[in-house]
Design a protein around this ligand. Structure first.
Ligand code: SF4
Ligand code: SF4
Length: 370
């Protein structure tokens, strides 16, 4: 089946160009029927960082999309996400999303309340997932275009990981220690949640040490499709990756979840790669060893293989002793000492959750030496 991915240029978060670009994308990509329906919007709020850091979906992008959505008369619009380290009062204040909910009369939903225990399709894993993923008639993924230290790129499918509330997410890295087993989990979540549409904020993307500590890159694009994996494929191409090298896209393809044919309208991404976009380095042999061989081994063997990846390094001069990294680390490999964070390299499974939650970029992932 042929799916449509609309990609439009948009260079700023000012309302006028945003409205023109987003409505063009919606009209060119079979936007789903929402009249009379409950719509759940899932922006990417990895953690509550100010919009200029580009960690989160931009609030003005959300506002303009919501205004266009309202014209299609949904019964109600809900907005929610759950960061890995979710405080009790979390509602997206610093990133500006809470303010948009207040001003536009949207209901913010706390994913930690009212969860379902879901056996994730295609895995042996059962996890709590927000019940709104099932109660809403229409789920729309609103990712930010960003690199990702573990998965190389995030996107519309990976954005669904936030449906699992709080620290439950980081624990999955113990049972899914390799990129391939983690990709299976995300594919299963995608099969469970079945988002109806994906609208990607790539007006200003994040390059380099994403998803939390990279730098802004003015990509000047908005992507939309009823098919999340097709948006992620286009994102990978635009960034300059070979999409066949990305574990999540490979797994989606293997499971028949990636459309065989996508029709890219308005812009041919194969000719319009983002110039000088800073990627996360992929080792060539990673693809062969990991994608063909590793999935047949137990999680302990996968974990041993993952340990060949570089371990995070901590800069005590930048550290503000917030202990987020210590609290999120799935195997408890980190301790706060007087001199700063101490890491037990033998326990570290290279999941990079610590790197994702550090608010001051005090954690870096060294380049691979081989
Ligand atoms: S130290 Fe960081 S990369 Fe290592 S296991 Fe803990 S959270 Fe994951
Ligand atoms: S998350 Fe960053 S700032 Fe906080 S304790 Fe860890 S290294 Fe330090």
């Amino acid at each position: 089946m042929k799916v449509k991915v609309a990609i439009t240029r948009c260079d700023s978060y000012n309302p006028e160009p945003l409205e023109k670009a987003i409505s063009q994308v919606m009209e060119s990509s079979d936007f789903p029927e929402v009249e009379g329906k409950t719509v759940l919007l899932k922006p990417n709020v990895l953690y509550d960082a100010p919009p200029e850091r580009c960690v989160t979906t931009n609030p003005e992008f959300l506002r303009v999309f919501v205004r266009l959505l309202k014209k299609r008369q949904p019964a109600r619009i809900l907005v929610g996400d759950s960061p890995g380290m979710q405080s009790k009062s979390f509602c997206g204040k610093a990133c500006g999303i809470w303010e948009i909910c207040e001003e536009e009369g949207l209901q913010w939903v706390d994913f930690t309340k009212d969860t379902l225990n879901v056996k994730i399709p295609g895995t042996k894993i059962t996890k709590p997932v927000t019940s709104w993923a099932q109660k809403a008639d229409v789920l729309i993924s609103l990712p930010k275009m960003k690199t990702h230290q573990l998965m190389y790129a995030t996107g519309g499918v990976k954005n669904l990981f936030g449906l699992i509330p709080g620290l439950n997410k980081s624990q999955t890295h113990l049972s899914c220690p390799s990129r391939q087993s983690f990709s299976k989990l995300i594919c299963g979540l995608y099969r469970f949640a079945k988002p109806s549409y994906c609208l990607m904020d790539a007006v200003i993307a994040m390059q380099g040490a994403g998803p939390a500590n990279g730098t802004p890159y003015p990509a000047g694009l908005i992507l939309g499709s009823t098919d999340c994996p097709a948006v992620d494929w286009a994102q990978a191409v635009l960034m300059g990756y070979d999409p066949n090298m990305l574990p999540l896209l490979t797994e989606l393809k293997k499971q028949g979840l990636l459309a065989e044919q996508a029709e890219y309208t308005l812009l041919d991404p194969y000719k319009e790669k983002l110039k000088g976009f800073e990627l996360i380095e992929i080792r060539e042999k990673t693809k062969f060893v990991r994608s063909l061989v590793l999935p047949f081994f137990t999680s302990s063997i996968q974990r041993a293989a993952q340990k060949k990846e570089p371990a995070p390094e901590f800069d005590s001069s930048k550290c503000i002793r917030c202990c987020r990294c210590v609290n999120i680390c799935p195997p408890k490999a980190l301790k706060m000492q007087q001199s700063g964070v101490e890491r037990d390299i033998n326990l570290c499974i290279r999941c990079y959750c610590c790197h994702e939650v550090c608010p001051v970029n005090a954690i870096s992932i060294p380049k691979r030496s081989d």
